[in-house]
Design a protein around this ligand. Sequence first.
Ligand SMILES: C[S@@+](CC[C@H](N)C(=O)[O-])C[C@H]1O[C@@H](n2cnc3c(N)ncnc32)[C@H](O)[C@@H]1O
Length: 237
Amino acid sequence: MSTRSDHSRTGEKVSPIYSFMDVVAREAEEYAAVHTTPMSPLLEEIERFTLTRTLYPSMLTGRVQGRFLQLVVQLSGARCIVDIGTFTGYSAMAMAEALPPDGRILTIDHNPEHARLARDFFSRSPAGNRITLRLGEALDILKSLPDGRTDLVFIDADKRNYIAYYEESMRMVRDGGLILADNALWYGRIFDPRDDDSRAVAAFNERVQGDDRAVKLFLTIRDGIYLIRKKGRDAGS
Ligand SMILES: C[S@@+](CC[C@H](N)C(=O)[O-])C[C@H]1O[C@@H](n2cnc3c(N)ncnc32)[C@H](O)[C@@H]1O
């Protein structure tokens, strides 16, 4: 993994802060988790299960990001949400708990085992009734969704499709709607992208940054969240 510390080794001029940044980031992550309200017992169980019983626990959203998603849903008043990349269901369940009773989430995954695990968890909560899981290729499913009807999209699947997911999301969300993209820091590899996924996330970040249709905020929460608001005639800047 390429980090900011690697930049120092290559002789690039960087601030000395980067030499201890990794340690600070890890401590800050732990501190943030301790100082964030715990999630519901079901979400804490999904987290424990994912960390101990799945092959890729690092794909989990987790408490800090989950609570952030819940607050974004509540503050924005979103009712119609699309969650791209279900995995064990954490982000979908977190957002479902924050929705009003008539709110709806479509969550998408192409892995049948992930879908089975997530459906089991969804069936154990009343908020699970707000979630529809569709098994299939995310891009195909997004293309079947109508223009301008979605309030919020959470992008958290394969990195090479991030730009395509973003373009579909800009079509699907209403004016003033929100798009959040996870892993925008991609473990720091975006600073020196050397593989296809890293190049894809770096290109996505540049695409968003240069897009005049949106107002954006790059958040360094966990592995980075790009928070994007679609501008519109009546939606302000
Ligand atoms: C990072 S995980 C999602 C984590 C989840 N949002 C959470 O809160 O824990 C990415 C998921 O995207 C799914 N995925 C990857 N590529 C996909 C594709 N092309 N179409 C649909 N799902 C895909 C994977 O199977 C995996 O479950």
